[in-house]
Design a binder for this molecule. Sequence first.
Ligand code: ADP
Length: 521
Amino acid sequence: MAAANGSSEKHEGFEVPKVEVKFTKLFINGHFVDALSGKTFETRDPRTGEVIARIAEGDKADIDLAVKAAREAFDNGPWPRMTGYIRPTIYCIHIEFIFVSRQRVEQERGRILHRFADLIDQHIEELAILDTVDAGKLFMVGKLRDIPGAAHLLRYYAGAADKIHGATLKMSQRMQAYTLKEPVGVVGHIVPWNYPSTMYFFKVSPALAAGCTVVVKPAEQTPLSALFYAHLAKAAGVPDGVLNVVPGFGPTAGAAVASHMDIDKLSFTGSTEVGRLVMEAAAKSNLKPVSLELGGKSPVIVFDDADVDMAVNLVNFATYTNKEGIYDAFVKKAAELAKKSVVGDPFNPRVNQGPQARTSQCHVDKDQYEKVLKYIDIGQREGATLVTGGKPCGDKGYYIEPTIFTDVKDDMTIAQDEIFGPVMSLIIKFKTVEEAIQKANNTRYGLAAGIVTKNIDIANMVSRSIRAGVIWINCYFAFDPDAPFGGYKMSGFGKDMGMDALEKYLQTKTVATPLYNTPWL
Ligand code: ADP
């Protein structure tokens, strides 16, 4: 395994790379700079709790600078004015005299985004190492899925950059009209810690492809890969001011993004409470449109005919709703699997739960770790049965045993709240399909749901009945660049991924003009 600086050390039979953090400053207008206040903050390794690096701490003044750079790059820079993709020969045909001009255009957006994706591919290990030491992600998952997935997503939108167009309208009066799809302007992105690379590219890729300029506020727990991506964007040819990255804390840097008068659009992923705050700040400032991805409590509904092994393996840590007949067998297998789960150093390829759990929702820092332990305590006090796990493990770092609760009632806190941890709740059994639907919809969230059944009619009926933005049938976490992801109800609104996400960063302008002496409208 190559290390960030080319070296590594042997450790309990596997290699742990020596980590070198190259970028620790804010990235504004194409340069790495200190915070205006000179302040820095620590980022810690969740494996050990030790400080990895000190990062420049951006706050309102730095966000102002980043927005100024993004505004200038949008209003006067080349990015929104580039064509979508490379066209080595441009033919211009004029009315008065027909001529063909040949003009080499080097700087199209799609091509630059492709180069950016190529650079990510060339640095996969280094980026995966950063997400492992910063967020506790399993190294192999980062290396094989998250980082290549980020490059894949970027390429998807690079390919979309020259397919952005409006429509010719059929007017009811003697008018000609058409719509233009224009980039929305300067975008603020507030990103959470649980998928540092994936979330970054959920936000940044469609916005850049649309021709927007952006200010990214990564989570304070996970700034490292975000800064590295800024460096790669510059190397790929993204012009200065187009992509700015300002690490800092939520109530200071994050709040400054949400309330900024010169940010035209805000895209946020994080908790419901903070989602409410940023929407309020957007309303109270310049009424910038907001999209919110707020997580959820996504149920997996397991029917009697399901293959139990498949159901248990689909997702280890989720909220399950089980048909009575399959409940006991399911609990037994789930507990066996949880006991077999290897908790440990995320660089160890045999480990399947690091300080960040398999579903990537866990205790990236001490606060998150303590929150999960508190939920486990509440679950027991509210009367759920703890089947396995429930305790911290390891003598350092933020590790918790894989935990399973049964006898969970719909209204218990552990059934209602999103728990970022390795905690599976097996909700009371259901007898009929209608009851299953009612239980699955009995939550204020609506991010996603899973259905496990061999019966196509049940699958069709249930998938249309559940009020959630994504339904996975006989699979789970089936993400794809072309598949929009985002919630219903209090899981938010506005999609990441797919063409829907590109639309978020475009606005529609109608252009109309009278028609004279034309044979038809
Ligand atoms: P999580 O529960 O996933 O940690 P949070 O909602 O706390 O989610 O954080 C998600 C992102 O929102 C982070 O980048 C964080 O810094 C930012 N944030 C937290 N508080 C605020 C706030 N008051 N205004 C704007 N952003 C905030």
